[in-house]
Every structure is written in C-alpha cells, then in structure tokens.
Write a protein that binds this ligand. Sequence first.
Ligand SMILES: [Zn+2]
Length: 268
Amino acid sequence: MPFTAPEDYVGSLTAAGEPDAESLCFVFQQTLLLVASDAPGAQLPGHGQLAGLGTAPLRRLYLGTLGGRACYAFEYGADTRAPQGMLWQGLFALAGRALQFIDWDRTHQFCGRCGTPMRARDSERARECPACALVVYPRIAPAVMCLVRRRREILLARSPRFAPGMYSALAGFVEPGESLEQCLAREVLEETGVRIANVRYFASQPWPFPHSLMIAFVADYAGGELAPAAEEIEDAQWFDIDALPNLPNRISIARRLIDGVVGEMLAS
Ligand SMILES: [Zn+2]
C-alpha cells in the first residue's frame, strides 16, 4: 500500500550517534525534497553535502533505521538555495512521475504489433521493437473537468464511488479526434442534459492513476433541463454558492476549481 512503512524500517526516537556518510537524509523545504539533479532517480544527498546549503536546518529529526542505515529528516528555511548538483523537487510530483514510468515499462515489455520483446532506447524515454521498429512512448490520457455556473449556482454531480454526500465538478476522458472544448460540451450534455458556453481554462494537474492529465475549465450555463444520466452519475444538482454540499479534498484540482470559481462569484 502507498504510504505504509517499508518492512526493513525500524522506527526509533534516539540515534546511536551523529549522522555520517552512511546516513539517509530526507531534507525538506516545506513540501520539497532535496535530491541530486544529475542522478537518474531521486538520489538523496549524503550528510556531508548538507554543508553546501550554507545554513543550519530549522529542525532535525531522527526517524530510525532503514536496512540498518540511520535515517534523518531535516527542514530548511524557505529561502535556502540548493547546493551545486542538487535541486528541490516536489515529492508527490516526483513519485507520481516514477509510478507512471514504472507502470508504462511493465505494460510495454512486448511489441503490441508483432509480440517481440521490446528494449529501452538509450537516447530518450521510449521502448522499441528490434524486429519491426515500432517505438512507444509513455502515454498520457487527457481528461477534462468542467464547473458550470448559472447566476449564483454551480452544477455539481456525484459518482457512486464518492464518499457519501460528496459532490464534485463533472469530468470525463477525452476521446480520440476530439478537442478539449468538444469533450467538455459532450461530457456535460451526456451526463446532465445541460449545454454550456464561454469555456475558460482554469488549471491542469497530472494524475498518475494510471496516466491521466486532468485539465479543468469553467463554463457558463447556456440551456437545457437538468437530467442526470443514471448510468454515468448517481445525482447532479444546481447548488447555491451559499449552500454547498461536501466537496473533494483541498489538494485536488476539483476543489481548487470549485473554491476559485465560488470565490470569484462571491466577490462579484
Ligand atoms: Zn514489433
């Protein structure tokens, strides 16, 4: 399971000694992790390299041992610059990217055209077939999200897999040959019977389960009676911005979209 401790980890409060060259150092600046910029993966700095940060950590915590190596967590201030050869990397962005590359590698062991075992290309992140020369790249499946506004209301829907009482913006995968705008109009119409206009881009977020890119938009109501499609969603309703239901977690793009649009509507 994600976020469960590895089996060879032994938690402990007190270190046997001071950090040394063997220690694993998890060095944070807020949610960013310090890693080597020239290493192929997320290589952690050695304790000796922390001197290059030029300042003392705000805090140092001992975590225990992993495979016998002492583990420490450090926090440095927001303005601390990464030393030469290292950079501050978004942890979840990095983990998400790693997960997608792993998944892609595992599912492209054989050529989809002729069945020959594929091999990795040296020059770029791609796998190629030595028999028929088919080249495959990690793929991304774009999905769109749409928050529809109507006067003081927003259109939210719930899927049967949502937590009880939770509603969110409408979303769906883009089909081959479709523009993002066409996909938005189709998804909203299919799922709710509502037509939209004045589509505006909001933001995008990679989503590694397994390889999506969510692209979020705001749109205005342009007509149609609300008629939720039973096979796609459990319910859809117009909610007054002063009486919203339970919403998705704040780290999700759906919640950022809803908060952003509602904030704009409240201010106008
Ligand atoms: Zn082939």
